[in-house]
Design a protein around this ligand. Structure first.
Ligand SMILES: [Zn+2]
Length: 95
């Protein structure tokens, strides 16, 4: 069974084992009986391969705290001018 993290408002984060199909959104803290809310973390997915766990963790994180993108990402070929060698494009209007 994988470990899941829960955050208690008094005691902080603790881990608890749950079946993947039965993991609750919150549970009672074992120390103080406060309601602890589940923390989404790739650590809880340790049963999976690390790359896959990272991908799932990133996906979960991006659902509620998406990364802010301020510029177009660099990718190979991105610096090439947007021209075409197709002769059918010669008669198209130019900007
Ligand atoms: Zn507690």
């Amino acid at each position: 069974m994988p470990l899941y993290e829960f955050r208690c408002p008094r005691c902080g984060v603790f881990e608890a084992m749950h079946r993947m199909s039965e993991v609750p959104g919150s549970r009672t803290c074992r120390n103080c009986s406060e309601t602890a809310v589940r923390v989404f973390s790739p650590i809880g997915l340790s049963a999976l391969a690390s790359d896959r766990a990272k991908a799932i963790g990133d996906a979960e994180r991006s659902a509620h705290e998406p990364e802010i993108v301020t510029r177009v990402p660099n990718h190979p070929g991105g610096s090439q001018p947007r021209t075409t060698q197709d002769p059918r494009h010669l008669n198209l209007p130019r900007p």
